[in-house]
Ligand binder design. Structure first.
Ligand code: ATP
Length: 404
């Protein structure tokens, strides 16, 4: 209504329209304005007491309102690419041109929010028919070349909705890969897309599709097809489920488990190279490098332990991040798995009943010795040699006497 009063037209676009047509839940409000989105956003914000954030020179912004949450607003625009992988040149335009700059037909539909045509579907490229046929069709012959991240987006949607690439689209995807166009995309953009893939519920299926189309090796030669379709990757999903279950809480970040899976089996130098190529942020880099270098080493150490060495298992696994535990679980044989399971279920929650303050009150001098005594209490508890708070007190008293 407000848009109309200002002589503008508003349309709902993007993933929400696609998901409405498919019948999935989506709450991302993405609105395109034929007119001036920034102007409209200002008036809307004043009228509703909301705020406008992140205005860009491309005429996009976000409205944050109590009633509607976050709304993405954009002036209808068209785009052109100077060279493959480059960011596009942008120009204000109409809805049809705005839909035409999108990736797949299923993502290029709109719903009118104009009071006179409210709720009408605008589908100039046949997105609805493609949804019905379970097809992903690129909008332009040069769509993948212009922006090769669309290959990764396509794989993500294919896995999420169980869609297949339409034959012409698949041929163009393959041609783009043959030409090495993914090589020209910055690590950050590839990482962003890989991360989104790893966040999907169907991450494993999406990674499998990456392998099927030989996309990993086009990102970087150290990533062979086997990295995404390996036995380890197959064992990762049950490991994620099992480790979550054993912890009884959300324990490991699934998307990081999948991302680090790409690094399993790589040599240290290869892993560092891949982390550089993907321009991984600190935490992700650390987790991925750990998986490549430390999973095999930790498993060797674990294989030398048994159920009688609970304390040594705890010492070995305590510093390991949850995602690392998932990978250890996925990579290990039955014996080591049992130790990890026992660690998750019981051993890691064991702690002495005495704390530092009480140990000092019993006569241990303040300083590093307190930590050592607590660690020894833990060890004896895990060995079953101390079973009650009284046992612990008696142990500390004995130590105090011995030191005198
Ligand atoms: P999701 O459900 O994963 O959020 P989405 O389609 O909403 O999927 P967004 O990344 O939020 O994904 O993009 C919103 C819309 O912007 C898309 O539906 C598509 O029309 C367009 N779009 C996004 N990225 C691209 C791209 N690389 N090339 C062309 N169009 C794109």
């Amino acid at each position: 209504m407000l848009a109309r009063d200002m002589g503008q037209t508003a349309y709902l676009v993007g993933g929400m329209v696609r998901d409405l047509a498919i019948g999935c839940r989506n709450i991302d409000l993405d609105i395109v304005i034929e007119g001036d989105a920034l102007d409209l956003a200002g008036v809307f914000a004043r009228a509703t007491g909301s705020s406008v954030k992140g205005r860009t020179k491309f005429g996009t912004c976000k409205i944050e309102s109590r009633a509607f949450g976050t709304i993405d607003l954009a002036t209808a625009r068209s785009e052109s690419y100077r060279h493959p992988g480059a960011l596009p040149d942008v120009e204000a335009s109409n809805l049809k041109a705005d839909l035409a700059r999108r990736d797949f037909t299923v993502n290029a539909m709109a719903i009118s929010l104009d009071p006179h045509r409210y709720g009408r579907l605008l589908d100039p490229f046949g997105g609805f028919a493609d949804i019905s046929g379970g097809r992903l069709r690129i909008l332009h012959p040069a769509g993948f070349r212009d922006d090769p991240t669309r290959i990764l987006r396509g794989v993500r949607f294919a896995a999420r909705f169980g869609f297949t690439f339409e034959s012409g689209t698949l041929a163009r995807l393959r041609a783009c890969l043959r030409e090495g166009c993914v090589g020209s995309v910055s690590g950050k953009r590839i990482y962003t897309e890989l991360n989104l893939i790893c966040m999907e519920d169907k991450a494993r299926r999406a990674l499998g599709l990456l392998g099927k189309y030989r996309i990993p090796e086009s990102i970087d030669p150290v990533l062979g097809r086997k990295t995404v379709r390996s036995r380890h990757m197959r064992r990762l999903a049950p490991a994620i489920a099992r480790v979550d279950l054993s912890a009884g809480e959300v324990f490991a970040e699934k998307r990081l488990c999948w991302l680090a899976g790409l690094f399993f089996g790589l040599k240290r130098r290869q892993a560092a190279h891949l982390a550089d190529r993907l321009d991984l942020p600190g935490r992700e880099r650390e987790a991925c490098l750990w998986v490549s270098a430390e999973v095999p080493r930790t498993l060797v150490k674990l294989s030398r332990l048994d159920a009688g060495s609970a304390y040594r298992v705890v010492k070995l696994l305590r510093p390991v991040a949850p995602e690392g535990i998932v990978h250890l679980f996925a990579a290990s044989g039955r014996r080591e798995r049992n130790l990890i399971a026992a660690y998750l279920k019981a051993w890691r929650d064991v702690s002495p009943s005495l704390n530092g303050r009480r140990v000092v009150a019993l006569g241990i001098e303040k300083g590093p010795l307190v930590g050592r005594v607590l660690e020894r209490l833990l060890e004896l508890r895990l060995q079953g040699k101390l079973t009650s708070p009284e046992d612990e007190i008696a142990y500390v008293r004995r130590r105090v006497r011995l030191r005198r």
